[in-house]
Every structure is written in structure tokens, then in C-alpha cells.
Write a protein that binds this ligand. Structure first.
Ligand SMILES: Cc1cc2nc3c(=O)[nH]c(=O)nc-3n(C[C@H](O)[C@H](O)[C@H](O)COP(=O)(O)OP(=O)(O)OC[C@H]3O[C@@H](n4cnc5c(N)ncnc54)[C@H](O)[C@@H]3O)c2cc1C
Ligand SMILES: *[C@@H]1O[C@H](CO)[C@@H](O)[C@H](O)[C@H]1NC(C)=O
Ligand SMILES: *[C@@H]1O[C@H](CO)[C@@H](O)[C@H](O)[C@H]1NC(C)=O
Ligand SMILES: *[C@@H]1O[C@H](CO)[C@@H](O)[C@H](O)[C@H]1NC(C)=O
Ligand SMILES: *[C@@H]1O[C@H](CO)[C@@H](O)[C@H](O)[C@H]1NC(C)=O
Length: 532
């Protein structure tokens, strides 16, 4: 295998940079107070002190979705078990303002430096804050900040219940919630964040508080979609729901040849505008695999229905499209959330980016999506030829964002930071992915990908702007057509907080100023920032 070799080489090349005395002081203070919760860099000068726990550091370092994150070796990793320990870490960090830190939950955010830090302190919530405990009545579940969705689904499945979470079990709960969180269940119960009853969190001065509708409501609003700039989440209480028939649902993945793309694109436009069954969800993906300069496009669609019998009509448009393979059938919900090529992708370097578009009437939308498809295909082929040696995957997912999801979000959780209104009509949230293997492409791959994704955004602006979305009632068409940018799929540098609209931006900024007066969150870690 090439990957372990590559990592070993990287390891030696990265061991050189010296740890600052201040970073060392923070780590030393933490280990003196909590000897079992801190592990020094396993190839750093203090490695010997915590040699028996090297495995914990190494899994915190290497278990990222984006393999490039593992180049950011922290001086030490701190593994808190509870809010008191996080509070102590925050107060210690406050005494050494030059030390950078990062918060890591599931480690799935591909943006470099969002949950990783070179030479600083990594606060890693797995494994010590990885617990999911259903309430005695099963209607809520208490979730530690280190859970992945699979941990939550697993304890709820025997109860025939689930939470509104990631479509892939491997995603972390905390990062997902802070970006809003799109689920297969969103048309019924809104975004993941709409189903948070309360967050336990640690403020920038170390104070432990509960954020809920009644306690720190401004903070509660900001944490539901506004990102990591207000507080450190240590645990959450989430609503749960019955799922399918005692946990069994209908779903799976169908794959298609590239020749079917036009039919799939039309079916997406119709589903987004006309599906009236909130139990149904799809994630259509279009892939361009490039190896040694050859591009092999194809499509795959994830199907989900919250029940074991899909009523006629719901997926008819898709059922009439010839597929190459098909895993759709009745299965446990947890099985569906494990069913992706996702697991096979570890070891790759990633960048993602998001474009929001209006779901236009069928003829316009199909024409636009076809233009978009062609431009992506041409762009990824050209890029594949430029770099014959690097394996790449480029893909995009057209995620329906119908008004029904926005209405369910309002009905379940009230306004959240995304600040969407059902009257604004139907949209799509297109998520773009690029993956590469060689660190040599760390600059060029994301840059060239960004240019391509921006070009399909511009294609819409130039050739399709001003066409109101389906089911549009009110709102500034120019603004709602391209906003909000979905934080969970966004690339660093995309102005996510501004994309929530100026009123929300100002509200979040005021909350940020109240909770982070010294810039503890804004200046010492990564994340989506206030741009002005
Ligand atoms: C394969 C894949 C599938 C995905 N599927 C979905 C999906 O179905 N729906 C969806 O909405 N999104 C999805 N995402 C996006 C995902 O929700 C985001 O990448 C999210 O940021 C991941 O959260 P995490 O905890 O795993 O990430 P991390 O990388 O650990 O953290 C992400 C961010 O959260 C912050 N953070 C982490 N822990 C804390 C804490 N305790 N307190 C405060 N801030 C903290 C970090 O600073 C960082 O900025 C998917 C991503 C991938 C790669
Ligand atoms: C929704 O259904 C109506 C009636 O069947 C049809 O005319 C319209 O084209 C559909 N909308 C879209 C966007 O496909
Ligand atoms: C808009 O459409 C025209 C005509 O098809 C095309 O030449 C042009 O490149 C398109 N604009 C963009 C930004 O792709
Ligand atoms: C939002 O505010 C920014 C910066 O003040 C301004 O440039 C922009 O025009 C405003 N947008 C809207 C839609 O009002
Ligand atoms: C900690 O910060 C919060 C929010 O800014 C503030 O309300 C509280 O008074 C602060 N506590 C202390 C002890 O300074």
C-alpha cells in the first residue's frame, strides 16, 4: 500500500518544527492536572512521557476525512471527559494567548485547520466524550461532543427510534450541528440543529452554561448553524423520532451510466418542486473519476423512504431510468447510513465547496443542470490531463432543498442561523468534491477546483439569473437564488455567515462580540469567520 508509506515519509519531514515554550507550558499544565487525558506528540521531545498512550494521539491525528489534516501535528492532544476539564483547558489557554488550538469531534470537516492544528493544542472529544444515552422514555438522547452519528443511531435502533442526523454514520455530531445539519429526515423534522433541545457548552472565559430556548437564547440561536465562533460544545440533548417500521426503512443506492445523466437531472428538478411526501429523500451524485488522464463519468443516487413500502408515484421518475446496479430494498436505517463508498476514501486529500441555486421550472432547470454537467465534465477532463500521475475524484451532489424542508425546520425549531423562509421557494444545494493523493497537489488541486466550481456558479448568474424558484412567493430573487451557502459543504473562504443575510449576520456578530470579546474563538482556531 502506498498510503502508509506516504504517511511515514510525511511523519519524518514534519517532526522538525520546534514546539514553542508556551505550547509546552499549556500541555504541561494540562497533564499535571489530568495525567490520564493528555498525550504528547508521539515523535516530539516529550513523547517518552506518554509513550503508553501513543495510540490515542495517533488515532486523533490520523482519523480525519481529509488525510492532509494529519500533516498538522499538535504539540499535544487533550482528551476531555467532561465540561469541567474543557473549562480548565480554556482557562489555561487564556493564560498563554500565543498558543493555537483546535476542536475535533468527528474530524470530517475537510477544510484544513478547522479541526487540526500544527504545534498547538488539539482538544479531541473522541474517545472520552463519546457517549450516547437515551432518556428513560426514549424521546431524547444525551450525546457527548465526541460522538459520530453511528454511535447515536446504534443506541436508538433497538428502540425503533433515531435522531435527525448525518446520512453517513461516520460524520461527527458536533460539527454537523454547528453547520445546521442536513438529514434524510429533514423534510419531516427540519435540520439536525432544529432538534437540539439544549447544548452544554464552555464559554471563552471558561464558564460552563446551558444554551437552550430559555437559557442564553442568543447563544442557542448562534450555535444552530452559525459555526464554532461562540462556545465549545461539550454535550447535547437531542429529540428522537420513531423510524420506519421498528427501525426498518426502504433505501439504497442505484448507479447509472453517464448516458443517463440528462434523465436524472430532469427527475431531480421535478422531485425538488413536486414531491409532496416528506418521508422521501434522495441524494444524487455525479462522478468524474480520473486516473492516468482518463475520465470515467457516472452517476449514483441514494434513495430513502421512512417506511418499508414506498407509495406509488414517489420515485416513479427515477424508477423509469435504467440503472447499472441497485441496492434499494427494506433494511435497517443504520445499514443505509453505512452504505457508501465513503469508507473506502480514507487516505485521500479532499476539498469541498458549495453552490446554492434556485430550483427553476423544469425546462430551465434541466437546461441549466445539463450546461452545468457539461462544464464540470469538460473542466475535470482538462484537469485530469494536466496531471497524469495523480488519481482524482471529482464529483458533485445536487441536494434538493425544497420549501418543505424549510417549513419543517421552522415548525420544529423556530428560526435558526440559516434564516431561510418557506415562501422563498425551492432551491438546490450543490456540493462539490475533489480528492487527490499526492501532497504535491495540495496547492494546485483546491485552487483549480475552486475556479471550476466558481465557473458553474457564474454560468447560472450569466445565463439563468432572475428566474424565480419553483413555489416562490416572496423574497429578493437575486439574493435567495444563491444563498444561504451551506456551511457543512462550504470551502474555507466562502462567506457563509454573510450568506445568511445581513440581518442575521449582524445578529450573529453581536452575539459573537458578547461571547468572544477577546477573540479566543475568532483568532486562535480555524472555522468560518466574520468577514467584516
Ligand atoms: C463523507 C461526508 C458526509 C457528510 N454528510 C453530511 C450530511 O449528510 N449532512 C450534513 O449536514 N453534513 C454532512 N457532511 C458535512 C459535515 O457535517 C461537516 O463536515 C461537519 O463539519 C463535520 O463535523 P465533525 O464533527 O465530523 O467535524 P470536525 O472536523 O471534528 O469539526 C468541524 C468543525 O466543528 C468545530 N467543532 C468540533 N467540535 C467542536 C466542539 N466540541 N465545540 C465547538 N466546535 C466544535 C471545529 O472547530 C470545526 O470547525 C458530510 C461530510 C463528509 C465528509
Ligand atoms: C410539477 O408538476 C406539474 C404538474 O404535473 C408540472 O407541470 C411541472 O412541470 C412540474 N414541475 C417541475 C419543476 O418539474
Ligand atoms: C452562457 O451561454 C452562452 C451561450 O450558450 C455561452 O457561450 C456562455 O459561455 C455561457 N456563460 C457561461 C458563464 O458559461
Ligand atoms: C449587506 O451588507 C453588505 C456590507 O455592508 C452590503 O455590501 C450588501 O449590499 C448588503 N446586502 C444586502 C442584500 O442588503
Ligand atoms: C464569562 O462570559 C460571559 C459571556 O461573555 C459573561 O456573561 C460572564 O459574566 C463571564 N464570566 C466571568 C466570570 O467573567
Amino acid at each position: 500500500m502506498l498510503l502508509p508509506l506516504l504517511s511515514t515519509l510525511l511523519l519524518w519531514s514534519l517532526a522538525d518544527a520546534a514546539v514553542s515554550p508556551d505550547a509546552k507550558a499549556v500541555c504541561s499544565t494540562l497533564i499535571a492536572k489530568y495525567p490520564k487525558n493528555l498525550v504528547w506528540d508521539t515523535i516530539g521531545p516529550n513523547a517518552g512521557d506518554t509513550i503508553t498512550q501513543a495510540a490515542a494521539y495517533n488515532s486523533a491525528l490520523f482519523d480525519y476525512w481529509n488525510a492532509a489534516s494529519a500533516d498538522n501535528r499538535p504539540a499535544c492532544a487533550f482528551f476531555p471527559s467532561n465540561a469541567e476539564q474543557v473549562s480548565f483547558a480554556v482557562r489555561t489557554l487564556n493564560a498563554y494567548p500565543s498558543v493555537k488550538y483546535a476542536l475535533k469531534s468527528g474530524g470530517h470537516n475537510p477544510n484544513l485547520g478547522y479541526s487540526s492544528v500544527k504545534q498547538g493544542v488539539l482538544i479531541a472529544f473522541r474517545p472520552n466524550s463519546q457517549y450516547a444515552i437515551p432518556a428513560p422514555d426514549g424521546k431524547t438522547v444525551e450525546v457527548g461532543a465526541g460522538c459520530k452519528w453511528e454511535d447515536v443511531y446504534e443506541v436508538l435502533e433497538p428502540l425503533g427510534r433515531t435522531a435527525v442526523g448525518g446520512r453517513l454514520g461516520d460524520v461527527g455530531v458536533t460539527g454537523f450541528m454547528l453547520g445546521g445539519g442536513l438529514s434524510y429526515l429533514s423534510a419531516q423534522y427540519g435540520f439536525g440543529c432544529d432538534n437540539v433541545v439544549e447544548f452544554e457548552c464552555v464559554l471563552a472565559n471558561g464558564t460552563i452554561v446551558t444554551a437552550s430556548r430559555d437559557s442564553h437564547p442568543d447563544l442557542f440561536f448562534a450555535l444552530r448553524g452559525g459555526g464554532n465562533q461562540y462556545a465549545i460544545v461539550t454535550k447535547m440533548i437531542l429529540k428522537t423520532y420513531e423510524i420506519g417500521d421498528h427501525g426498518s426503512i426502504w433505501g439504497g443506492v442505484r448507479t447509472y451510466g453517464a448516458d443517463q445523466h440528462s434523465k436524472i437531472l430532469s427527475a431531480i428538478a421535478r422531485f425538488t418542486a413536486n414531491n409532496t411526501d416528506p418521508k422521501a429523500a434522495i441524494i444524487p451524485n455525479f462522478n468524474y473519476f480520473a486516473a492516468v488522464g482518463v475520465n470515467l463519468p457516472g452517476a449514483l443516487v441514494f434513495f430513502f423512504y421512512d417506511g418499508t413500502k414506498v407509495p406509488p408515484g414517489v420515485f416513479d421518475d427515477f424508477n423509469s431510468i435504467l440503472s447499472l446496479s441497485d441496492t434499494t430494498k427494506v433494511k435497517k436505517y443504520t445499514v443505509l447510513t453505512q452504505e457508501v463508498l465513503g469508507g473506502d476514501m480514507k487516505g485521500m486529500r479532499f476539498q469541498i465547496r458549495e453552490n446554492t441555486f434556485p430550483n427553476m421550472p423544469e425546462k430551465d432547470m434541466t437546461a441549466f443542470l445539463n450546461d452545468h454537467y457539461k462544464k464540470m465534465l469538460k473542466g475535470s477532463s482538462e484537469r485530469a490531463l494536466q496531471d497524469l500521475l495523480d488519481f482524482r475524484l471529482m464529483s458533485f451532489a445536487v441536494q434538493p432543498m425544497p420549501r418543505g424542508i424549510v417549513k419543517a425546520s421552522r415548525d420544529t425549531g423556530g428560526p435558526n442561523a440559516l434564516s431561510m423562509e418557506p415562501e422563498q421557494g425551492d432551491r438546490v444545494w450543490v456540493e462539490y468534491d475533489v480528492a487527490w493523493l499526492s501532497p504535491l497537489c495540495d496547492q494546485r488541486c483546491p485552487k483549480s477546483f475552486e475556479t471550476l466550481v466558481q465557473s458553474v456558479h457564474d454560468l447560472h448568474v450569466e445565463n439563468y439569473s432572475g428566474i424565480p424558484p419553483t413555489n416562490y412567493k416572496e423574497g429578493d430573487v437575486d439574493f435567495i437564488s444563491y444563498n444561504p451557502i451551506f456551511m457543512n459543504d462550504a470551502m474555507h473562504g466562502q462567506d457563509v455567515l454573510r450568506s445568511y443575510g445581513n440581518a442575521t449576520y449582524d445578529r450573529l456578530k453581536a452575539t459573537h462580540e458578547a461571547y468572544d470579546p477577546e477573540g479566543f474563538f475568532a483568532e486562535r482556531q480555524g472555522g468560518f469567520k466574520f468577514s467584516s
